[in-house]
Design a protein around this ligand. Structure first.
Ligand code: LMR
Ligand code: MG
Length: 512
């Protein structure tokens, strides 16, 4: 991950937690409504501010944009369903949100001739004011959503909805050029001339977008339910072991293989295997035609799925700059520590203790070491027999941004080894392969170091002693303050020895 934010500096990273600041506390329980062409959704964000938790998230597939190209109007049945969904959302928001909901409507409402009438009816019956945004604003908001998870990144964000598809460039954390198009799957369904007619329409539209956007060979970030559905099918095809869509990566070859896979499988059977709704699955064959065209045209070097989009972009919009620059992963881990650890603040002490083992590690590696230290004790309430597995699960399946799948496994393994020596014999073995062997070893070393360090704890900020690792001569030295003699019992010694063995180093312990 490409992070150039100040929170990575040691001094800053363990500074005053930002989620205690009044400016971020204001962001607690922020509710947003996205009136899309496919779905109408309420999300209420909570807590840790920089890396929000989904306090409430409800979606109704209203298909407001279905049939729009023929009738020029919103799908009438969808319109009625959207209205009652919004009435429910308002009721919920009144009970759980801090302030009023912020609502935006995209392609279907902005294009339909009865869009204004629909908004007036919603306002009249529910009191919710809907802001109908144009395509460029839609592109900007979803690009901001991507920035919530990948601060400081570069690439092209592509948001597909029911009736439109937007592109936005991001450069070093800023949203640049943006365009909108009608390449939404509901729209494509209505194009005449069958597959050929659609192909021609897609090509012609992409040609125009290319003229405006130019070469875009950085990462392509995919936002929107139809892209997520394609990724889900791709996972099924590859028998991918981790069911997290956010940060899932694909190549152009994967997409081509998945298009063939969809064509040769029974759609209904595949839908059930992938756990997709019928409405969603019906659009996948159209959406994948757009994706293939897009990849052909822009040749990005990599594709990443982002579960963060327009809704998260609306939250990001409300964040002060200082908060935006924070690292979402570290903020979330710190929040977890303050909420669940027995000794909030000890994560930092532990990090200082284990740091000498990773002094040659990359910035990204040190970031993960920090995250692990902050999380090292958050699962203490779990049943002891399952604690190691709970930790692994928590890390790999957490709803976190700023974390690659391989990094999830790194964190998971480190936390697993914080509780047990062996990683064999768990339910997760197929997931380990998402991490190369050297990194698996590093995660084990980190876990064992945390396991030992946690035995010497009494208070945050306490003097845990000093670890020195000399890789060249394969020596691990531990200097302990004299008063720690009693703490350094036989179990502690066995744990330290296990760490030394993982490092293939000889152990030297001294007291001062
Ligand atoms: C929409 O247009 O509804 C999309 O933004 C979201 C979806 O569910 O496809
Ligand atoms: Mg949308």
């Amino acid at each position: 991950m490409n992070v150039t934010i100040d929170s990575l500096e040691d001094a800053d990273i363990f500074g005053r937690p930002l989620f205690n600041d009044p400016s971020s506390r204001k962001l607690k329980r922020v509710g947003v409504v996205d009136v899309g062409s496919n779905s109408v959704r309420l999300v209420v964000f909570d807590g840790a501010a920089r890396s929000p938790a989904y306090f409430f998230n409800e979606k109704i597939m209203c298909a407001l944009g279905a049939g729009l190209s023929d009738t020029g109007r919103l799908n009438p049945e969808g319109r009625a369903r959207a209205l009652s969904a919004i009435a429910r959302f308002q009721e919920i928001a009144a009970q759980i949100c801090n302030g009023p909901l912020t609502a935006v409507a995209t392609a279907a409402v902005r294009e339909a001739e009865d869009g204004p009438e629909f908004c007036a009816e919603v306002l009249d019956k529910t009191g919710l004011e809907i802001h109908v945004i144009d395509g460029k604003e839609e592109a900007r908001l979803s690009a901001q959503g991507v920035l919530l998870g990948w601060p400081g990144s570069y690439g092209l964000v592509c948001d597909i909805g029911g009736s439109s598809m937007e592109l936005a460039e991001i450069n070093d954390g800023e949203v640049g050029e943006r365009v909108t198009s009608k390449l939404g799957p509901l729209k494509l369904q209505d194009i005449e001339g069958g597959a050929e007619g659609r192909q021609a329409y897609i090509q012609k539209t992409l040609d125009k977008l290319y003229v405006k956007m130019g070469d875009q060979e950085n990462r392509l970030f995919l936002v929107g339910g139809s892209w997520r559905a394609i990724a889900r099918v791709d996972m099924e095809r590859r028998a991918y072991p981790l069911n997290v869509l956010h940060e899932y990566r694909m190549t152009a070859e994967d997409v081509a293989a998945t298009a063939a896979f969809i064509a040769e499988n029974d759609l209904e059977e595949l839908r059930q295997r992938c756990g997709l709704s019928a409405q969603r699955m019906a659009l996948v064959p159209f959406a994948i035609e757009v994706l293939i065209g897009l990849l052909d045209r822009f040749t990005p070097y990599d594709i990443a799925i982002s579960s963060y989009g327009i809704r998260e972009g609306m939250l990001y919009e409300q964040m002060p700059d200082e908060l935006r620059r924070r690292d979402p992963l570290i903020e979330a881990c710190r929040h977890a520590e303050s909420k669940d650890a027995r000794l909030p603040g000890f994560g930092r002490t532990l990090y200082d203790f284990v740091k000498p083992l990773f002094k040659d590690g990359s910035k990204d590696r040190k970031r993960l070491v920090k995250a692990a230290c902050l999380l090292h004790d958050v699962s203490w309430r779990a049943h002891p027999d399952y604690r190691a597995e709970t930790c692994f699960d928590n890390a790999t399946r957490a709803n976190l941004g700023g974390l690659k799948h391989s990094e999830r496994v790194f964190l998971g393994l480190a936390l697993l080894h914080r509780y047990r020596n062996k990683r064999e014999g768990t339910r997760f073995e197929e997931l380990y392969d998402l991490l190369n062997l050297e990194d698996q070893k590093q995660a084990e070393i980190l876990g064992k170091a945390m396991r030992f360090g946690a035995m010497l704890w009494m208070q945050a900020g306490t003097d845990l002693g000093k670890l020195t690792y000399k890789a060249a001569s394969a020596e691990l030295h531990l200097e302990l303050p004299d008063r720690a003699r009693a703490l350094y019992g036989e179990v502690a010694e066995a744990r330290l020895q296990s760490l030394a063995s993982a490092l293939e180093a000889e152990l030297f312990v001294s007291f001062s």
